[in-house]
Each structure stands twice: as C-alpha cells, then as structure tokens.
Design a protein around this ligand. Structure first.
Ligand SMILES: NC(=O)c1ccc[n+]([C@@H]2O[C@H](COP(=O)([O-])OP(=O)(O)OC[C@H]3O[C@@H](n4cnc5c(N)ncnc54)[C@H](OP(=O)(O)O)[C@@H]3O)[C@@H](O)[C@H]2O)c1
Length: 322
C-alpha cells in the first residue's frame, strides 16, 4: 500500500482510508475487528469514523478493537453535536472517551449548518488542537468558498487551518469537479473522498431491471433504484469494461476515483472482510489514461446534486452564515 502526503502537512498516510460507517450497523464487532486487522496487515493505517455513526456505537466498537494498535493508526473522526464552540469542545471529549484514546489525528466538522459562525468554529478547533486533543483539523461537505473563508479567518488570527476536505466523489456524483477539486489542487488541500462505490451501485450487486437484493443497503435507499434506472446503459457498459479487464466492478470504481486528479485518498467502506479483500486490490492496479477517459465518459458528467437533501440546500445557499 502506497503512502501519500496529507496535503500541506508533513504527515504520511496510506493511500487507502478505511471507512467504518458500517461497523456496528452491517457488520458486528467480530467482523469489524477482522476488517481492521486485515487493513492494518495490508499497510492501511488511515481510518475514518464519525461520532454520529450508529449514534456513537461505531466509535465505541473501534475503541474496543483498536487496543494496542493505536500508535499504528491515523484516526479521523468528526464533530457530532452542533458546531458552536461548546458543542465542538464537548464532542471531541466524548469521541476521545468512546475511542479510548488521548488524541485524534484529524478532527473534522462533519457538515456545515444553517446559521454557523466560521470564526467561532475555527477558534474552537484551534483550542482543541492547542490542547493536544487533535493533531490536525479539517472539514467535510463544505462548499469551496466556505473552506477558504474559514481558513482565511484562521490565518488572520494565527490559528490552525484546515488541511483536509472530506467530500463525496464517484463516477456519478461529480459535483466537486466544479470548485472543490480545482481548489484542492491549487491550495494543496488533502481530499479524502467518500462513497467511491455510489453506495454499492458500482459493485455489480444491483442490476438494471432486477429486484434489489433484500440484504443490501440499496433495499432501504431510494438512491440505488433511482440511479439504476437513470444510468442503466452506463452501468451495463461499466460492468462489461471491468469484465474485459478481469477486474470486478468495485475494483474498477475505486481505481477510477484513485486516478482522479486532486484526490488524495479514497475512503473505502465495507460491511465484510471479503468486500475489503476485493476492494483493496484496486490499489495494486492502475488504469491507463485512455481507460480512465473511457470510464469517465460512460456516465453523463454534467454536474448534478444526486443525493439531493443536504447538498441541494448547501449550494446556492446565501443564508448559511449569520
Ligand atoms: N463525511 C461524510 O459525510 C461521509 C458520508 C458517508 C460516508 N463517509 C465515509 O466514507 C465511507 C464510505 O462510504 P460508503 O459506505 O457510503 O461508501 P460506498 O463505497 O459508496 O459504499 C460502500 C458499500 O458498498 C458495498 N460494498 C463495498 N465493497 C463491496 C464489494 N467489494 N462488493 C460488493 N459490495 C461492496 C457495501 O454495501 P452492502 O452493505 O449493501 O453490502 C458497502 O457498505 C464510510 O464508511 C464513512 O467512513 C463519510
């Protein structure tokens, strides 16, 4: 597993970041333990979690299974409560307790919120860094302008700045191509990208015009059935392209994200050890430039807000700040 530099920091992390959102949700503690151990043995040291996953259950599981592996890991977690100063200070203490550790490596604001105050947020994050509770800070799901706005305030005040932006990116959800990725490339921001498999749509387990398997995440998620219908031609071409190269669709989807300019580390989320064993092979395989282009063009690349909800409300939102 390749090591990569995390944006403007001097920190080296594994190119693959292991997503743990399914720990305690679709895989039990024993399987989570097997996944974590296999990831570590394969050279993955970068772990992503969040206080809100399973309402704290995922962090608790991690706390129990990490044990003496802590020093070998680079752990990201995210603020759970509000994003006022008091909530940030309380939230990190609660995460430290659940994770059974003295420090977080990278602490993120999970989502921007209506009426948020960037100055208050950056000051609180600076305090958390100065007190040694986290080594680095970042954010997730910010519009590009808000990332820069927050860092400008921090720089003016002499506070710590964001080094990382965690955002959604996959073959069909491409909104970050407009502003976030060019900004990251220009400003040396580490981009960690979640949902490389479009919730599992790009793994081959969902097939156009066939029922959604009832043991999958897609069974309870409207996005899978909507995307299956909307992208059926692209999806079938994508599966064939993978087959012709003796790759699984999941490996092809992760390889594509990995090769995308501006992406530092794809976050690979799994609900079983077998899924990890399959997906991790994408880090041993490099798409050629023509292959990358062909896969890119299989889907309609115009920018859309596929997931709706939060994204739709964030962009073009002129009342985000007080
Ligand atoms: N910052 C944020 O707002 C945010 C939001 C979401 C996620 N994240 C992070 O990103 C990570 C990944 O997100 P995600 O889980 O939504 O990613 P994803 O890559 O879109 O989907 C992962 C899902 O795909 C399926 N899968 C994975 N590998 C597979 C394989 N080899 N074969 C067949 N199916 C496979 C599993 O679904 P089944 O369980 O149905 O088998 C798995 O739960 C999370 O764990 C979390 O750490 C961050």
């Amino acid at each position: 597993m390749k090591q990569v530099k995390l944006g403007s920091s001097e920190e080296q992390v594994s190119e693959m970041c292991l997503g743990t959102m399914m720990f305690g949700r679709r895989c039990d503690e024993k399987e989570s333990d097997r996944i974590l151990s296999f990831a570590l043995d394969s050279g993955v040291n970068f772990i992503d979690t969040a206080a809100m996953y399973g309402e704290g259950k995922t962090e608790k599981i991690l706390g129990r299974i990490i044990g003496n592996k802590r020093k070998n890991l680079f752990i990201t977690t995210k603020v759970h409560k509000g994003i006022d100063s008091k909530s940030i200070l309380e939230s990190i203490d609660e995460s430290l307790k659940r994770l059974q550790t003295d420090y977080i490596d990278l602490y993120l604001i999970h989502w921007p919120k209506e009426g948020m105050n960037p100055e208050e947020i950056m000051e609180a994050l600076n305090k958390v860094t100065e007190s040694g509770k986290t080594r680095f800070i970042g954010c997730s799901n910010y519009p590009a302008w808000l990332f820069t706005h927050s860092n400008c305030i921090a720089k003016l005040r002499g506070w710590k700045t964001f080094i990382n932006h965690q955002v959604c990116y996959n073959l069909i959800e491409r909104g970050i191509e407009v502003e976030v990725l060019p900004q990251a490339a220009a400003e040396n921001i580490a981009i960690t990208s979640y949902r490389p498999l479009a919730l599992g749509l790009l793994t081959g387990k969902y097939k156009p015009e066939q029922p959604i398997p009832d043991d999958s995440r897609g069974y309870n998620d409207w996005r899978i059935s909507t995307w299956l219908e909307r992208y059926k031609v692209g999806i079938l071409n994508f599966f064939q392209f993978a087959k012709d190269r003796e790759l699984t669709p999941a490996q092809l989807a992760i390889s594509w994200v990995r090769k995308s300019r501006g992406i530092t580390c794809p976050i690979v989320g799994v609900s079983s050890l077998n899924q990890l064993k399959e997906g991790i092979k994408a880090f041993d395989f490099n798409l050629s430039d023509p292959e990358y282009k062909e896969v890119t063009d299989m889907f309609d690349t115009s920018v859309k807000e596929e997931s709706g909800g939060e994204y739709k409300n964030l962009r073009r939102n002129l009342s985000l700040l007080k």
